[in-house]
Design a protein. Structure first.
Length: 258
């Protein structure tokens, strides 16, 4: 009799030498599926599940483990998306396999599936956190209504997830995409900063400048691009946001460019 199949993961793509999705050199697994519809999304092709690139956790981990010599002492495995929490059990099992080998694991998420009122989901999430070294959390907008307009979803559960992860003692990196006239107002950034300062495990805060490199994907998919004509932020605007969010004060702050 054949064994029952393990939880399958539906994978969009991989990056074998990632340098921005966690500390050191990373093997990055990008999963399919996302419920949010961020107006500036640069990977809209990951929104849907196509179910044509399924792997078991063991297969996915084995593929990553072949690159372990790149990781040295400070790299590891990152699972991103899409939204990896939509495939919670798959991610949890891959991280369990990685943790057993002493590999640093990072979950790159926007937090939208976090379900604090669902006891079963939270038990599964706790199992994931047991083998998660770092959570990289996108905080797209601190204001609830602005967040809903930006992404199609509220942010109360996302902020709750940030608090929950910190309370569990798991390290956090916080990211914020800076879009001129949309997510760059000083008052909002000060409120975001105040919230981040309540999270004791935050080790890094990053301001990611909005870019239009994914615009062609929207066009290829025939999806109207909601930020048509919006400019990228200037270096000075990025610096101002970084100062408002006190990015240099965190232990894992990126080194300043010389």
């Amino acid at each position: 009799m054949s064994q029952p199949s393990a939880t399958l993961g539906y994978i969009h793509s991989v990056e074998t030498f990632g340098l921005v999705d966690g500390p050191g050199v990373r093997y990055v697994l990008f999963l399919q599926g996302c419920a949010m519809r961020c107006q500036y999304c640069h990977n809209p092709e990951t929104w849907a599940f196509t179910r044509d690139t399924a792997k078991t956790p063991q297969e996915a981990f084995d593929a990553a483990y072949r690159y372990r010599n790149y990781w040295r002492n400070n790299g590891g495995l990152t699972i991103s998306g899409g939204e990896p929490l939509l495939q919670l059990d798959f991610v949890s099992e891959v991280f369990r396999l990685a943790h057993a080998k002493g590999i640093q694991t990072a979950l790159d998420t926007s937090g939208q599936p976090f379900a604090p009122d669902n006891a079963d989901w939270m038990a599964r999430f706790d199992r994931l956190l047991e083998n998660t070294s770092l959570v990289i959390l996108d905080l797209k907008e601190i204001d609830e209504e602005k967040h809903r307009a930006l992404t199609g979803h509220g942010n109360a559960n996302i902020l709750a997830m940030a608090r929950y992860v910190a309370d569990k003692g798991v390290d956090l990196w916080i990211r914020h995409v800076l879009v001129p006239d949309l997510t760059d107002d000083a008052e909002g950034l000060r409120k975001l900063d105040a919230f981040i300062r309540t999270l004791p495990t935050v080790r890094r805060v990053e301001v990611l400048p909005y870019h239009t490199l994914g615009l062609f994907k929207w066009q290829n998919l025939g999806i109207p691009y909601p930020l048509e004509g919006v400019r990228v932020p200037t270096a000075e605007e990025v610096q101002t946001a970084e100062e408002l969010l006190h990015v240099r004060e965190y232990p894992d702050a990126p080194k300043e460019k010389s």
